[in-house]
Design a protein. Structure first.
Length: 406
């Protein structure tokens, strides 16, 4: 009797991450279990954790599964122009790769700077920019919610909170999208963002203001300008694109699912439900890089060697049949999903609150201003961006009765 062949590692890329990731994750789990051998661009090996319990284990043990990318056993194979370098950086002085007490101090600095944002002021900024973006299209009777609205709104709000001028917003959007998609333009996008952040820091050191950057510069923990600039880049990237996709994915759900149809023409109760369901079923941040094993270990019955890269499969864990036994849609108040991460490297709570205010305000302004909004194309024709990391729509074409500019 011939031995059963071992399934080959799964390439982390390709059209199925766009077309049907849920089925792909099911197949990966069936063939490989909770921890899946994958290959990144250039045949670089890694492991993708799809099990809910296994992901909890990885994110809850920062000593064994470290955020220190210097541990990676593949660096000698990584070329200088590797397209994933903006996402998996070496010797980056940002909070993403800091560990131990220094990480806790940096997380506190970021949380304090964001927590000082006035919630009424935040919502006011979000409403102002949302109304401006709707004003630009409301007389036409049709628009693409992604290109003309969702992909522009979060960065406009965040840029204002940080201290950027309104004019700098569009360039930051382009740079961030190029960087996050991890293809051509990724390194150029990273350079644009770094230059912009460096200039803003220099301006605020000369002229402090009531903004996030000034508060971070005033923190007594003694961080360098480069450390603060790196953290601001992380905050901008993590705050903009997933929030834009949260808006787009939630509106797609509300426009295509009969359960949410009533809310388009009336009450607000379903906006929060749609947003929460997206975090379970269609989360903007699908997979995250990563953690590195600090010693040989076992995870999900698989041998992990010192220096191996472990990727966090947030969407796969959210749909793990071990915890989702009925596979029903989870709405209401259940927020035990992994969409904001877990453990000491999770998205800080004030950052989660900022993202939720921007996303919810963005959705509510659309429904208020364009009450008869409807999908302009068949739902099955909608396509996703080519990224295994973030899941967002390429476009969301809609029609509506033209309304006057505010």
């Amino acid at each position: 009797m011939s031995p059963v062949p071992t399934p080959a590692p799964v390439p982390l890329g390709g059209p199925r991450f766009q077309t049907d990731p849920a089925a792909l994750y099911r197949e990966m789990r069936r063939d490989h279990g909770a921890v899946v051998p994958v290959v990144l661009d250039g045949d670089i090996p890694a492991f993708l954790v799809l099990g809910y319990r296994e992901l909890h284990q990885v994110t809850g043990d920062p000593q064994l599964f470290s955020r220190d990318s210097d541990l990676w056993n593949q660096w000698e194979r990584i070329p200088d122009d590797w397209p994933l370098l903006p996402m998996i950086g070496r010797k980056q002085p940002s909070i993403l790769y800091t560990v131990g007490e220094r990480h806790r101090e940096r997380a506190a600095m970021i949380s304090d700077a964001l927590e000082a944002v006035d919630p009424f002021e935040l919502r006011s900024h979000a409403e102002k920019f949302a109304d401006e973006l709707i004003d630009a299209v409301c007389a036409k009777g049709e628009t693409d919610i992604i290109a003309d609205y969702a992909s522009l709104l979060p960065v406009r709000v965040l840029a204002t909170l940080y201290g950027f001028s309104d004019e700098q917003g569009p360039g930051l959007v382009t740079a961030l999208n190029d960087m996050i998609n991890g293809r051509e333009g990724a390194l150029e996008g990273q350079r644009h963002l770094a230059t912009s952040m460096g200039q803003l820091l220099a301006d605020r050191k000369e002229t402090p203001a009531d903004d996030v950057v000034s508060r971070m510069l005033a923190d007594p923990s003694g961080f360098t300008d480069e450390e603060i600039a790196q953290d601001l880049m992380v905050m901008m990237a993590a705050g903009h694109q997933p929030t834009a996709d949260w808006i787009g994915n939630s509106l797609r759900l509300m426009l295509t699912d009969d359960r949410f149809a009533a809310s388009l023409f009336g009450g607000r109760h379903s906006v929060a439900e749609a947003m929460n369901e997206v975090l379970w079923e269609d989360t903007p941040t699908q997979n995250v890089a990563g953690r590195w094993a600090s010693r040989d270990t076992q995870l999900g019955g698989r041998r992990i060697r010192t220096g191996d890269l472990v990727l966090l499969g947030l969407q796969g864990a959210n749909s793990d049949p071990q915890v989702r036994t009925d596979s029903s849609a989870l709405t209401g108040g259940n927020n035990a999903h992994f969409s904001f991460g877990h453990g000491e490297h999770r998205c800080p709570f004030p950052a989660q609150e900022v993202a939720e205010v921007i996303a919810r305000t963005g959705i509510e302004v659309v429904l208020d201003r364009l009450p008869d909004i409807d999908l302009a194309v068949p739902a099955e024709s909608l396509t996703r961006r080519p990224s295994p990391w973030l899941r967002g729509l390429n476009e969301l074409p809609v029609t509506f009765t033209p309304v006057p500019v505010l």
